[in-house]
Design a protein around this ligand. Structure first.
Ligand code: ZN
Length: 309
């Protein structure tokens, strides 16, 4: 008998960096990291596809009609716009719809390849009725409910290792037994009012590699074993790195990569496909943020090579 070789997939990621993200000069959000990461992955042999727009019905499953209408009419009140931290514009709305679409497209890659990659997303501070902390839509909640609604998975785990708590994801999914939110974050960092995740792992300021990994290893395997997810949405925030402007943590690049590899290895061993989203990263040297994500994405490809065997 002759075995059919697996299809020769080129590693693929989705990006919305082809669309403009207009910001005033000197704005603190490092928007150029998305295009730089896409370019870096192309150099590494990845196919980077333009993320499609998320269907409105997917956004409406998570966000209120009033919030979507205000965004579409460019009618966010000034206070709401300040909390969002990005100036509202038609271009921003388009870009963010495609960012959510990147996570949805990556979901389908994960089903066949074991992993899917969005070079964006992880926008975990967007609530049902408002945006906060640079997050317009919550791609994680949108993707989780898309997967549940379409029968792609019966249990979805959101593993949020951005240094800031995934407050809105926790809030949106709080009473849903089909979604498990796991968050490792700075106890004293933004958001200062924390929501309650299914599993919260708060860390002190200045946490370094060994202590971080010890907390992760002590909590995540048990959560995976108990919940038995059929799909994981991962937020690989690079704001855990030493030198990040908003991070208050002190991981090295090697430590952040070890974090990613631990999560992927655990999921691969449990047969759980994973969707990568970026989350935050605000290092003083933007190349460091880009390097952390590039390593995280490359590690994902390596760990899931040959999936599902
Ligand atoms: Zn963050």
């Amino acid at each position: 008998m002759q075995l059919t070789p697996p299809p020769p997939y080129a590693p693929r990621a989705f990006s919305s960096a082809h669309l403009p993200l207009p910001l005033p000069p000197g704005h603190r959000f490092p928007a150029q990291k998305y295009a730089q990461l896409a370019a870096r992955l192309r150099e590494l042999g990845w196919q980077v596809d333009e993320a499609p727009a998320a269907p409105r019905e997917d956004l409406a499953r998570v966000h209120t009609a009033a919030y979507l209408a205000a965004l579409e009419a460019l009618a966010l009140p000034p206070k709401a716009e300040r909390r969002l931290g990005l100036p509202q514009s038609r271009a921003l709305l388009t870009r963010e719809r495609h960012t959510v679409g990147g996570t949805l497209a990556a979901l389908y890659d994960a089903r066949t390849r074991g992993y899917g990659v969005n070079l964006g997303g992880g926008t975990h501070h967007a609530f049902a009725d408002r945006g906060e902390g640079f997050c317009v839509f919550n791609d994680l909640a949108v993707a989780a409910y898309h997967a549940l609604e379409r029968g792609l998975a019966a249990r979805v785990m959101i593993i949020d290792l951005d240094v800031h708590q995934g407050d809105d994801t926790a809030h949106l999914c709080a009473f849903d037994p089909h979604v498990f939110t796991y968050s490792v974050h700075g106890a004293h960092n933004y958001p200062f009012h924390k929501e309650r995740s299914a599993c919260d792992v708060p860390l002190e300021d200045g946490v370094t590699d060994a202590a971080y990994l010890a907390r992760l290893e002590a909590t995540l395997p048990d959560a995976v074993a108990r919940f038995r997810p059929e799909l994981a949405l991962y937020v690989g925030g690079a704001d855990v790195l030493a030198g990040d402007r908003f991070g208050r943590a002190a991981l090295s690049l090697a430590g952040a990569e070890a974090r990613d590899r631990f999560v992927y290895g655990l999921l691969r061993a449990a047969g759980v496909p994973v969707v990568y989203t970026m989350g935050g990263g605000y290092h003083r040297d933007i190349e460091v943020t880009v390097e952390a994500h590039a390593r995280g994405v490359e590690a994902l490809r390596e760990v899931f090579a040959g999936y599902p065997t």
